[in-house]
Design a protein around this ligand. Structure first.
Ligand code: GLN
Ligand code: ZN
Length: 760
């Protein structure tokens, strides 16, 4: 008889509590350590994680959650989906894997994109008609054995076959009607083989993640889901199967799975609390274990355990067995709040991965042995929840009163034609004006100065002096290159969200709250815990410092409300729309102060507008309404003559294209160099008639484009956009590039604009 799942987590962070894996990877890539050393660090991290999860009291410990880079890439390698251009490099298995992740010599890496609506990025598998699936790599089996030897029985976690294929893209050159999903039957054979091997190794349970079904799916895809799990479930010798859906309501997929032989279904009951309703009356669920995702795997707040237990109680009659889990893998939260030296009251409201595991254990015990068995922990949780709900510091009545007093005209700018005239009179820009997206390369001097200031080695005055020196250098460079609208270069910003979080009330920053973004890259999202208020101007000093050095207009540079929310952990005690409006008010104050200080062009970046788009189309409308209102609230407090720019970091607008029109920015800069300006036709198709700056310089590559190439792009753009609306700029900020590339590239960009102007 197989053990019960009882209490578990769907996955765990793997970068290391002190980012040990990051350091080991980067040292291996830099040739400073050997493969054996990297493998040893990885092994120690895995073993520590398994033992910690077992010792914390989880009934079922997730396994195979380690990855050297990304779990989707791991899945591709496990099943032999290595595109020939990487296999042909003739490297060993680990270096072939890293070549797919990061590129090697002349071969660029696989494309990388966001994992659903999170800030984690996965590598996009390429599947073609010629892809031959097989069990090419046995890491999941080896790690099962490794855990067993370390004394821990694990439940290997795999990306499910449907999600894998739905996230893949057709290999280059695949004939037109081909879709990766066409290869499902072959892929299932390889999964079946892996399941049989895991069974032989002794695995009692295997978890297959199918988050792709928290998004809208076609009847055909749902049918394929049912067929796949009927087939895998029909294997004679296999582990018991847990199929986990997360990042939202599993919806129809739950009914489909309940009709297959899988033993357990994982449902996220946090993202959409109404998902609980869709569990009642599902035929077949009574024979299964429902793994209830009751602890938020993506946010950092302590769980209301009483409420979670009430929810669990309503589930008891619906499923054969109820187990408790996190709503998704804990990959998306930091390791341990206990290591943070932060305000003790706020700390008592928080739960990171280690604390969330404990919450799951407490919930599991309460269900099994009764609430009295964990009375102390339930009391402590109750007290923390009550303390947070009643805390004065979470509410700022002045902020609330200001928002209550807003009227529609606060989100409405004047007529665009009048704005344009007023702006042209004030700015006197040539046609095809040139500019950049904001940041200039962050030199090691700049980084060192910031670190020294942070560590108290230099005082505020000398830090500010260094920043002013840097701004002067950047302004002089832009003048020399001949750009039309200058920027101050953002040297004072560590990160475009963290900088603002550090200057706004209502946010707290962590010292060690790292979360994997991709590969060895981690981010430390700020925590937005209370009403947001701007105690003092945040950027005016830097923008005016730059403006004093030049007669050309300097563009003020701010991050928009949606992006600030997207890259922070946000409060869960009020609708996102309300939090966004508060952030928008703070940005609005800054916009107005910039204007009052003589800044005539202000850019409010919203690169994350599309990232927060809900997975289900039915929720797009409400989201886009509050997202657009927040942007408009932030940017509508200025005179017609002040030019508002926005910047978006992608070119596939699809579902957000109408929202981009609705933002009503005077100028929108977008990524376009790689898509050859096609995005302009998409914008025209919806009647977009404002300034637009399709990036002509792809800053994601170290390559310096020559002037002729950028002139061609501009000529292509001029076929869809009249010259009086077209701007000339790079794709994105220059922060990650070096001056050796940036200087010639910007010189070429200015020459290209001049050449294109001569055609007019
Ligand atoms: N202004 C920011 C910069 O230039 C924008 C960054 C972004 O789009 N992600 O760095
Ligand atoms: Zn960008």
């Amino acid at each position: 008889m197989t053990g019960k799942i009882g209490s578990t987590a769907l996955g765990y962070p793997r970068i290391g509590p002190k980012r040990e894996l990051k350091r080991a990877l980067e040292s291996y890539w830099a040739d400073r350590s050997t493969e054996a050393e990297l493998r040893e660090t990885a092994r120690e991290l895995r073993i520590d994680t398994w033992r910690q999860l077992r010792d914390a009291g989880l009934d079922s410990v997730p396994g195979n959650t380690f990855s050297y880079y990304d779990q989707v890439l791991d899945t591709a390698v496990t099943f032999g989906a290595v595109p020939p251009r990487y296999a042909e490099l003739g490297l060993g298995p680990l270096d072939t894997y890293f070549a797919m992740a990061r590129g090697a010599s002349a071969v660029p890496p696989l494309e990388m994109t966001k994992w659903f609506d999170t800030n984690y990025h996965y590598l996009v598998p390429e599947i073609g008609p010629d892809t031959r699936f097989s069990l090419a790599d046995r890491t999941p089996v080896e790690q099962y054995r490794e855990a067993l030897e370390a004394g821990v029985t694990t439940r290997p976690v795999l990306v499910g076959p449907l999600t894998f294929l739905l996230l893949a893209k057709p290999a280059p050159g695949a004939p037109e009607p081909f879709r990766p999903l066409d290869k499902l039957p072959e892929l299932l054979d390889a999964y079946a083989e892996l399941l049989r091997e895991l069974h032989r190794a002794g695995a009692e349970w295997v978890q297959l993640d199918e988050p792709a079904f928290a998004a809208d799916r076609t009847p055909e895809q749902l049918q394929a889901l049912g067929d796949a799990y009927r087939q895998l479930g029909g294997l004679s010798a296999r582990p018991e199967l847990l199929v986990a859906g997360y990042f939202g309501d599993f919806g129809e997929a739950l009914r489909v799975l309940a009709a297959t032989p899988v033993e357990a279904i994982g449902a996220d009951l946090v993202t959409e609390p109404s998902a609980v309703d869709s569990l009642s009356g599902v035929p077949g669920l009574r024979d299964k274990t429902l793994v209830a995702g009751l602890v938020d795997g993506r946010n950092v707040w302590r769980t209301d355990l009483d409420r979670a237990l009430t929810t669990a109680a309503t589930l008891l009659g619906l499923a054969g067995e109820v187990a408790v889990s996190t709503s998704c893998s804990l990959l998306h939260v930091p390791y341990d709040v206990e290591t943070e030296d932060i305000d003790p009251q706020i700390k008592s409201w928080l739960a990171f991965a280690a604390q969330k595991v404990r919450e799951v254990v407490v919930l599991g015990r309460a269900l099994k042995e009764g609430r009295d068995s964990v009375a102390d922990e339930l009391d402590a949780a109750r007290a923390a929840i009550a303390d947070r709900a009643g805390a004065a510091r979470v509410r700022n009545n002045r902020v609330r009163a200001r928002l209550d007093s807003l009227r529609p005209e606060h989100s409405q700018r004047g007529d665009y034609r009048k704005r344009r005239e007023a702006q042209q009179k004030s700015l006197k820009l040539p046609p095809l004006p040139t500019t950049t997206i904001g940041s200039f390369p962050q030199t090691s001097d700049v980084r060192k100065a910031r670190a020294a200031f942070r560590a108290g080695r230099i005082d505020r005055a000398s830090y500010h002096q260094r920043m002013r020196d840097e701004i002067r250098r950047v302004v002089e460079l832009q003048e020399a290159i001949g750009l039309d609208v200058l920027v101050h270069g953002e040297p004072e910003r560590n990160d475009m969200v963290q900088y603002f979080a550090e200057h706004l009330d209502g946010f707290i920053s962590t010292a060690n709250g790292w979360v994997q973004s991709y590969g060895s890259r981690c981010v430390r999202p700020p925590i937005l815990y209370g009403d947001v208020f701007r105690p003092a101007p945040m950027t005016v000093e830097w923008a005016t410092c730059a403006q004093k050095l030049t007669a050309k207009p300097v563009k003020g540079m701010l991050t928009g409300p949606v992006t600030i929310l997207a890259w922070s952990f946000v409060r869960d005690d009020q609708p996102l729309a309300d939090t966004a409006a508060q952030v928008a008010m703070a940005i609005r104050d800054e916009v107005q102060d910039l204007e009052a200080a003589g800044i005539r062009v202000i850019q409010v970046d919203e690169p994350a507008l599309r990232e927060l788009l809900p997975l289900r189309a039915a929720q797009h409308g409400p989201y886009l309404r509050w997202a657009v209102s927040a942007f408009r609230l932030a940017t509508s407090g200025v005179a017609d003559s002040t030019q508002i720019h926005t910047h978006l970091c992608y070119s596939e607008f699809g579902d957000v294209i109408d929202a981009i029109v609705a933002l009503d920015a005077d100028v929108t800069s977008i990524e376009a160099a790689r898509s050859r300006m096609e995005v302009l036709d998409d914008l025209n198709a919806v009647g977009f008639a404002r300034g637009v700056g399709p990036g002509v310089y792809d800053i994601h590559s170290p390559r310096v484009p020559d002037a002729a190439e950028m002139t061609d792009l501009l000529r292509a753009a001029l076929r869809s956009v009249p010259a009086d609306r077209l701007w000339v700029n790079p794709d994105c900020g220059l922060k990650t590039r070096g001056y050796a590339e940036v200087e010639p590239a910007l010189e070429n960009l200015v020459s290209a604009a001049r050449a294109a102007r001569r055609d007019l």
